[in-house]
Design a protein. Structure first.
Length: 264
């Protein structure tokens, strides 16, 4: 009887030991699987981010080429040479309609706005401090994001030259909104949901608009705790969990005007 009890205790001890080892193994495997899944997701997001940034780069390159061509327009140069804002605005509206851009701004040689088709009230305002305008006044072509009026734009600027003296007589800036249409195109390219935000508020996304306030709150928490750009964090929207990778949208002066987030 004593032997049976001892054998039973030994059996129970080893059974508990085996069960403990098995449970520990499942915990370890579970953690390994979770870490591995996170690692794979991070790698996929890094690759996706490269595709995302390359697409934006090509858009800026195309925008700069268009701006350069328009800056050589004899009609535009002749209008700027009159120093008459209504004349400049009339030509600018015609060229903007042909281009179908969202932003079309012309300044004089001092950086004073002669015309902006989407905001005519800017006529006479000194916008020479804008980084893209500064570059153009210095004789350089430049492209980058612009944040204004709660909107983000992709913009290119170029100097306007006098055809005879080749002196700078003004600048031209053209641009397109970073909107839901662009976000949708980027989703098709990257197979990921896209978010653009400015000053903590979503300005464009492939996610439904009714989710934007929740996304803005989630991004605020994530971005406040980040140590650098291009990190990966988990973002919850309702019942869904995303792995998100983000980066800054710096202007020509390397100042952040917005952020983008790639979600999977």
């Amino acid at each position: 009887m004593l032997r049976l009890r001892l054998r039973g205790r030994i059996t129970l001890y080893f059974s508990c030991l085996v069960l403990g080892l098995v449970a520990s193994l499942f915990v370890v495997l579970g953690r390994w699987a979770e870490e591995r899944a996170h690692e794979v997701a991070s790698q996929e997001l890094r690759t996706t981010q490269k595709v995302f940034l390359e697409y934006l780069r090509l858009r800026y390159k195309d925008l700069t080429s268009r701006c350069r061509l328009l800056a050589d327009s004899p009609r535009l140069i002749a209008a700027v040479d009159t120093h008459d804002p209504p004349t400049v605005l009339d030509i600018a509206q015609t060229l903007q309609e042909d281009l179908r851009s969202d932003l079309f701004t012309v300044t004089d040689r001092r950086g004073i706005a002669l015309a902006r088709t989407d905001m005519p009230e800017l006529r006479g305002v000194d916008i020479s401090a804008q980084p893209l305008i500064q570059k153009a006044l210095a004789g350089e072509e430049e492209a980058g994001p612009l944040g204004q009026g709660g909107q983000l734009y992709q913009v290119a600027s170029a100097p306007l030259f006098d055809p005879q003296s080749r002196s700078i007589i003004g600048t031209l800036s053209i641009g397109f909104r970073i909107d839901n249409v662009l976000a949708g195109i980027l989703k098709q390219v990257t197979q990921s949901d896209i978010v653009f935000a400015q000053e903590g508020q979503v300005t464009a996304s492939t996610l439904p608009p009714e989710e934007w306030p929740e996304v803005s709150r989630a991004l605020e928490q994530v971005l406040l705790g980040r140590g650098a750009t291009s990190e990966v964090s988990e973002i919850r929207v309702g019942e869904r969990r995303y792995q998100g990778r983000w980066g800054d949208l710096p202007d020509a002066a390397r100042r952040t005007v917005g952020v983008y987030v790639i979600l999977r």
